[in-house]
Write a protein that binds this ligand. Structure first.
Ligand SMILES: [Cu+2]
Length: 439
């Protein structure tokens, strides 16, 4: 009796604990800003969450029954005194053997069926290809290429390219094709869809890219993360999905799709920045611009350039965060990045820097001149900041992210530069030779 009681108490305590853990509002699931599986914003994610909860509850019931039986047997039939006789020894019981083989098999089959049904819904369902976004994993950031037939035409979809910040319309299915440029990454936005591997070579290899689809039902910003260990900055390969009402999304997409004009005033800082960008940054970054004589110049990778690919820089100033979502896009952060990317994201494949603050300021002025209209961008910004890693204190002044929220323009420049000098982590070799080394 005592044993039964004890088993019951322990069992109930465990159920309570697990039920608490499974409650969305519990501390274990953090705040509303956490990319929690249980704060879903699409049917696909909600179904996944339901599946997750079902499996969890089945596991809890099994756990309690098995642990209860163990406790009951151990406590109820333990040897109570020296004179207890040895219990009757038995061996083999066919009925029992069959029962404990059949029941677990049924449980496993049931779980497999539930998972299979969900996987079909998520991966096999044919969704309209009105909005197809190719998400390409690079070490260590995500690039996004859009093809939107609703905003363009079925034969000529509206196209645009961005990185780290994926803006989508609510209540419209979005199909994401998943590609990788280097190693295996995994595309994961817990509140919108399940994980899916980004396999290199799928695009050209002919066996096709993986894909996921989802339809966001609530506007907001949803955190994403590469979910496959892919090297040094796997953790710094974040992104966010901003779901906006259709009209706001359309305004953003149309603005982003316009190819901006290259600066023409040779005396302006923007022009100087453009010149530097073409000479130095073009080795790894794309810039889509309309040249002085009209016609689109795509300042593409220089012949014989680096194999490394950085994000398309055309609209970098219109993205809330850069470098795999690690840093908020402020002047101060861009200055620190250009002064010494290795200090901010040690090991990043951006292996050049612009030690000259004047040159960096010109490049930043140039990049900012390519930004889309602030009013069109406002709804994206209003979705709130992306969560930035808060445990990067050792990595340089701006690692915490929050410090820059009040900051911004010019004011931090000297500080950033001073910080750079104080750390002096690298030998500021002449730019040309730095570039040489990257080839
Ligand atoms: Cu990755």
């Amino acid at each position: 009796m005592v044993a039964l009681g004890a088993a019951l108490v322990v069992g109930l305590a465990l159920v309570g604990l697990l039920a608490f853990a499974a409650t969305p509002s519990s501390a274990l699931f953090g705040t509303a800003r956490t990319p929690s599986l249980s704060r879903t914003a699409s049917d696909v994610a909600a179904d996944l969450n339901t599946l997750y909860n079902r499996v969890t509850w089945i596991a809890i019931v099994i756990f309690v029954l098995v642990q209860g039986a163990i406790l009951y047997a151990a406590l109820g039939f333990r040897r109570k005194s020296e004179d207890d006789p040895e219990p009757v020894q038995t061996h083999g019981n066919n009925t029992l053997e069959v029962i404990w083989t059949v029941i677990p098999s049924l449980i496993v089959l049931g779980l497999a069926f539930l998972s299979y049904r969900e996987m079909r819904a998520e991966y096999v369902t044919e969704v309209p290809d009105d909005l197809v976004i190719t998400a390409t994993g690079y070490r260590w950031y995500w690039a996004f290429d859009y093809a939107d037939k609703t905003l363009g035409a079925p034969s000529a979809p509206l196209t645009l390219t961005t990185a780290t910040e994926l803006v989508i319309p609510v209540n419209r299915p979005v199909k994401v094709l998943i590609d990788s440029q280097d190693v295996i990454h995994s595309f994961w936005v817990p509140q919108l869809a399940g994980k899916r591997d980004a396999v290199p070579g799928a695009r050209d290899g002919g066996y096709g890219m993986n894909s996921v689809w989802f339809e966001a039902d609530t506007p907001g910003r949803y955190e994403g993360q590469c979910a496959e260990l892919c090297g040094t900055w796997h953790s710094g390969m974040r992104f966010s999905v901003v779901a906006l009402p259709e009209a706001e999304y359309a305004a953003w997409a149309r603005a982003m799709a316009v190819v901006p004009k290259a600066p023409t005033d040779a005396a302006s800082p923007e022009f100087a920045g453009f010149t530097t960008a073409k000479a130095v940054c073009g080795a790894c970054h794309m810039l889509d611009l309309v040249g002085p004589g009209g016609g689109v110049v795509t300042e593409t990778l220089q012949a014989g350039g680096s194999q490394t690919r950085g994000p398309n820089l055309t609209r970098v100033a219109s993205r809330s965060h850069f470098a795999g979502g690690m840093f908020e896009t402020t002047d101060a952060n861009l200055h620190s990045w250009l002064a010494d990317p290795q200090a901010l994201k040690p090991g990043t494949l951006m292996s050049v820097n612009l030690p000259d603050p004047k040159a960096a300021a010109d490049v930043i002025a140039f990049l900012k001149s390519l930004a889309i209209d602030a009013a069109v961008l406002a709804p994206v910004r209003a979705a709130g900041p992306q969560i930035v890693p808060n445990d990067l204190d050792g990595l340089g002044e701006i690692g915490g992210g929050a410090a820059d929220e009040h900051g911004g323009d010019g004011a931090h420049e000297d500080e950033a530069e001073g910080e750079h000098d104080a750390r002096a982590p690298r030998d500021d070799t002449h730019l040309a030779s730095t570039l040489e080394r990257t080839r």
